[in-house]
Design a protein. Structure first.
Length: 164
């Protein structure tokens, strides 16, 4: 059941590509995609059907959802240079984490830490606030949390410690 919901998120992501940004259909699909991400893991745990494949499938579906959202949102929002630099720095930390995880554990390491989940929720909420609060104000706390989560993720990977 959880993998079906995860696959549904992939389909929603593709559908988002064909919707005008900030239209009612965009918001419905965006919210549905985000909510599906929140419930698929919960369902897998409740039904005792957690698998390595499911975790990797969830990560892949998350990646597709995020990339599609970036494709849709980046052209219509204005970001100051300092914010672009901060986002690139977070991305570099995440890339270093992926490489070091492969070196240390000889596999692709996916960290589902609490701070990564908090970052995900904040990033999910962010586009919903664009019509209300300018991005430059909300980006600071979101990027601060994302930076902390990325550094923490690197620590967990390199020390192979519990991620919860």
């Amino acid at each position: 059941m959880a993998n079906i919901i995860t696959g549904f998120r992939g389909l929603i992501s593709i559908a988002l590509l064909f919707c005008p940004v900030f239209s009612p259909v965009f918001y419905i699909l965006y919210l549905t995609g985000g909510l599906s991400d929140m419930i698929d893991g919960t369902i897998a745990r409740k039904m005792n059907t957690v698998t390595e494949f499911g975790a990797r499938f969830d990560t892949a579906a998350d990646f597709v959802f995020v990339v599609v959202c970036l494709i849709k949102l980046l052209p219509v929002i204005s970001m100051p240079a300092w914010l672009c630099i901060w986002i690139v720095m977070i991305a570099l930390i995440k890339i270093i984490n992926i490489i070091s995880g492969h070196i240390v554990q000889r596999k692709l390491v996916v960290v589902h830490s609490v701070m990564n989940k908090v970052t995900g929720v904040l990033l999910f909420i962010l586009p919903l606030t664009f019509p209300i609060v300018p991005l430059k104000y909300l980006a600071i706390p979101v990027c601060a949390v994302a930076t902390f989560a990325a550094v923490q993720e690197g620590h967990f990977i390199r020390t192979n410690t519990d991620r919860k």
